[in-house]
Design a protein around this ligand. Sequence first.
Ligand SMILES: C[S@@+](CC[C@H](N)C(=O)[O-])C[C@H]1O[C@@H](n2cnc3c(N)ncnc32)[C@H](O)[C@@H]1O
Length: 375
Amino acid sequence: MARAKVMHAFRRLCGARQGEVFIRVSTRWKSTESRPTAPLGSRILTNPDDIYKHNMWDHVQWTEEEEKNARLKALQNSEVQIPLREQGKFDTEAVQYWDRFYEIYKGTFFKDRKWLLSEFPELLPSSSVFGGEMDTRHVQQDSNTHFDCNANHQHVCEEALMETNEVLPYPYPGQHASFRILEIGCGVGNSVFPIISSIKENGAFLYCCDFSSSAIKLLKNNPNYDHSVCHGFVHDICEEKGCLPFPRQSLDVILAVFVLSSIHPDRVQEVVKRLSSYLKFGGIFLFRDYGRYDLSQLRFKKGQCLSDHFYVRGDGTCVYFFTNEEVHNIFSNAGLKKVQNLEDRRLQVNRGKKVSMHRVWMQSKYRKPFPCSPC
Ligand SMILES: C[S@@+](CC[C@H](N)C(=O)[O-])C[C@H]1O[C@@H](n2cnc3c(N)ncnc32)[C@H](O)[C@@H]1O
């Protein structure tokens, strides 16, 4: 009976998602008889009467009407764009706006990312979790997954050969770790602390940076901050000449959670490319961020739009809303190969007020290929 319900909901999912979800639902069902939790949850609304039974429903397909209304709202709220001459400060003074944000909210605004380890098991050295076996559960084989074996591959080979295996002439934090993670735009540590508590005692080390010194101060003052497995530092990821405290090609994982959306869309490509040079071959870039037509995009008022799908909030911080295709282009152009690129469409329900809202987030994983390996 329960299985029939899931299959019914599965038929309502958009085509591209069916393959990905089906693999998980069917394999886990047989083995555990329980619903899978990743990727992107498994609470599927099969009966509209049940809508107020939970606060959130997963894998929600939009009706044509809903798509149309969302486009219209975004068109309306971006009709008037802030004049270019007034826009510069939101980029050049971004750090001040974020500093002020953290001075006001301290550590209370964002919630700990509890989903982090289930959606991104790559954050754990595979040996400690899977007994030394490579974790391939999240490698998806859809038609777009295969790395483009042509000009792009040639480009990756050339770039990879030019990248030298840098050796720093001085000791650096995490130097002796067997597994290294970097979180960019870590804020006050809502992803840092779940990671710290999972990597203790397994030889891994976490670097985490933010350009807001107020955020890094709050992070380091947290009693759960642990110098033995973590190094937090102030760093602007847009800074071309900025110096990072570890060599190139030394990271196993880079994590970007709701940070690339806060920088100017014209800068994102270079940032991802530059950071990717710090990944080892086989290392992975994990990304979660706002998706196009998320509730928070549609809620902007006229006069807050900077450019297409890029807005400034009342506090001066900025936010961009990505599509699947844009995310794919950004990471592929940085020479990385797709492992996962999902749009997480949920229905968030306010049960008290009896209203439901569409949320859209992007969740992606892109791996750095070994140089000149056959595709
Ligand atoms: C929406 S918050 C997300 C914080 C954290 N990743 C989380 O999920 O809770 C965006 C963060 O990115 C940081 N940030 C924005 N632009 C940055 C930049 N150019 N370099 C480093 N950090 C940046 C901000 O200071 C802020 O802490």
